[in-house]
Design a protein around this ligand. Structure first.
Ligand SMILES: Cc1cc2nc3c(=O)[nH]c(=O)nc-3n(C[C@H](O)[C@H](O)[C@H](O)COP(=O)(O)OP(=O)(O)OC[C@H]3O[C@@H](n4cnc5c(N)ncnc54)[C@H](O)[C@@H]3O)c2cc1C
Length: 465
């Protein structure tokens, strides 16, 4: 049972200053920051290797006024970044929490680069939806897997203990509410008791927990979950038992472009640079530039719950910059044709309707006009033959609701006090996207993982040791 135990006499087999539950971007960043203060740190990871949703992700981290941006002469400001996040979530996220993330992501990325040798550059060949400036930072490989590898290598250089195959099943606290440690379970069923004055919850959200999804995000209960299966929502489950403040459980990141049935993410850059989505009737059904998160719901409400991304050779070249796209090509998910008629017949959709749609967007592009969904077309991004298409569906990527924390990442209780020694970061904490799928601005996931991981790790020194 995933319970919080109360035991004033708790004594662990292992004693540590800071136990971090979860070895994704949030947990590993927190471990690096906590370790700098001299704390003895243990990262407990339930899987047999460090990965999480972070390793499945594209690894793109938004931040403003970083050294990487300065090197690339990108003029950006934290103020604009903050405004972009708030505009996307319709001012439904706590502005202080958003500020905390915006301020600390800059510090964290510059610090990861300078102190831990993790090289970042900014993608500057297309703008992600609703971002005013180029601010998506990535490691050279531009994958989440590589990001985890860099973090893992940095952790290995310090005296940080990492224990894989250790699933934390219980938190232990004292009668007066102070964290005392946790109990972990090994795959063979044996248990380990860990004494720790502080615990950082970095175990992400509840995307892998179908009961919590049905309860909080019913529209996604039958959708594909594309995130890490090990994210079972312990932060929320434990949080409820200790009267923690929890918010925005209905918030999540969806994605409207997962190759079907291959299950490979197809970059939204194609849509931002001129591509369109049509349904099985060959008709467009939305403004693709609003955001890929809410597009999950739009695609899932189309016939057969699918859509086709239509693009061209120029966009294919852009797509090939992403490993996922190259994988989709290798898996024969990408279909090409010299004419729209051939493409429609290969996709088995109405030739007449698809031709009509293409004529419509071509006319809009020629006139630099806005369509009825509110999307702006321009002549620069006009689609040219040969044409390409990929069949996609909508999916749930990760949840955005979670524990409310203060500016030191301390978990707040309903009565306004703190659970002494308990911190949360990444997907375990409430995010910056508000309660709705449309509130997710690209990159909000790794933004909160790395910025709040940094804040939580730094807080260990200031308060507990
Ligand atoms: C396909 C995909 C693409 C994405 N692309 C991007 C992107 O480009 N940019 C972006 O900002 N966001 C992206 N995201 C979202 C992003 O991946 C997440 O927001 C982010 O990785 C969360 O980091 P985390 O450290 O909180 O969680 P995770 O990386 O999921 O790490 C949590 C870890 O905790 C472990 N764990 C859970 N419970 C326990 C337990 N009880 N005991 C021990 N260990 C436990 C899990 O096994 C896991 O390894 C994407 C998500 C997906 C699915």
């Amino acid at each position: 049972m995933t319970d919080v135990l109360i035991n004033d006499n708790f004594s662990g087999d292992t004693e540590i200053d800071c136990l971090i539950i979860g070895g994704g971007a949030a947990g590993l960043t927190a471990a690096l920051a906590a370790s700098e203060s001299g704390a003895a740190v243990l990262v407990a990871e339930r899987e047999n290797r460090l990965s999480g949703s972070t390793a499945l992700s594209s690894g793109l981290i938004p931040a403003a006024e970083t050294n990487a941006q300065k090197r690339q002469n990108i003029n950006d400001s934290k103020k604009t970044f903050f405004a972009d996040i708030m505009e996307k979530n319709c001012n439904s996220a706590d502005p202080n929490h958003v500020s905390l993330c915006v301020e600390n992501i800059t510090l964290a990325l510059d610090w990861l680069e300078a102190e831990h040798g993790i090289p970042f550059h900014v993608l500057d060949d297309f703008l992600y939806p609703n971002h005013t400036n180029f601010r998506m930072h990535a490691v050279p490989e531009v994958t989440g897997e590589a990001l985890v590898n860099y973090l893992e290598r940095a952790v290995a250089e310090l005296d940080i203990y990492v224990s894989c195959n250790l699933k934390i099943v219980n938190l232990v606290k004292s009668n007066n509410g102070r964290i005392l440690g946790a109990i972990g379970e090994r795959p063979d069923g044996s248990t380990e008791a860990i004494s720790s004055k502080t615990i950082i919850l970095a175990c992400n959200g509840y995307g892998g927990n179908s009961a919590l999804i049905a309860e909080n995000i019913p529209e996604m209960q039958n959708a594909i979950y594309f995130g890490h299966a090990g994210n079972q929502g312990e932060a929320v489950i434990w949080g409820r038992q200790i009267d923690a403040k929890i918010d925005h459980l209905s918030g999540y990141q969806g994605h409207g472009s997962v190759a079907h049935p291959h299950g490979i993410l197809v970059t939204w850059a194609l849509m931002m640079e001129g591509g369109i989505q049509v349904n099985t009737n060959g008709k467009r059904f939305s403004n693709e530039h609003k955001g890929y998160s809410e597009q999950a719901v739009n695609v899932l409400s189309q016939p057969e719950k699918i859509a086709f991304n239509i693009f061209d050779e120029r966009l294919c070249a852009l797509g090939r910059k992403f490993e996922d796209f190259r994988k989709a090509e290798k898996a024969n998910a990408i279909i090409s044709a010299d004419t729209i008629e051939d493409l429609a017949s290969k996709l088995n959709i109405s030739i007449g309707h698809l031709c009509e749609t293409m004529l419509e967007i071509d006319a809009l592009a020629e006139q630099n006009a806005v369509d009825t969904f509110g999307r702006n077309f321009n002549s620069k991004n006009r689609l040219q033959p040969p044409y390409y298409a990929v069949k996609v569906t909508g999916a749930l990527f990760h949840t955005q609701g979670g524990l409310l924390i203060d500016s030191q990442a301390r978990v707040i209780q309903k009565n306004g006090s703190f659970i002494q020694g308990l911190y949360a970061c990444g997907g375990a904490a409430c995010g910056v996207s508000g309660p709705d799928v449309a509130g997710y601005l690209s990159g909000n996931g790794l933004l909160t993982a790395i910025s709040l991981g940094y804040v939580a790790g730094k807080s260990i020194k200031a308060i507990e040791l």
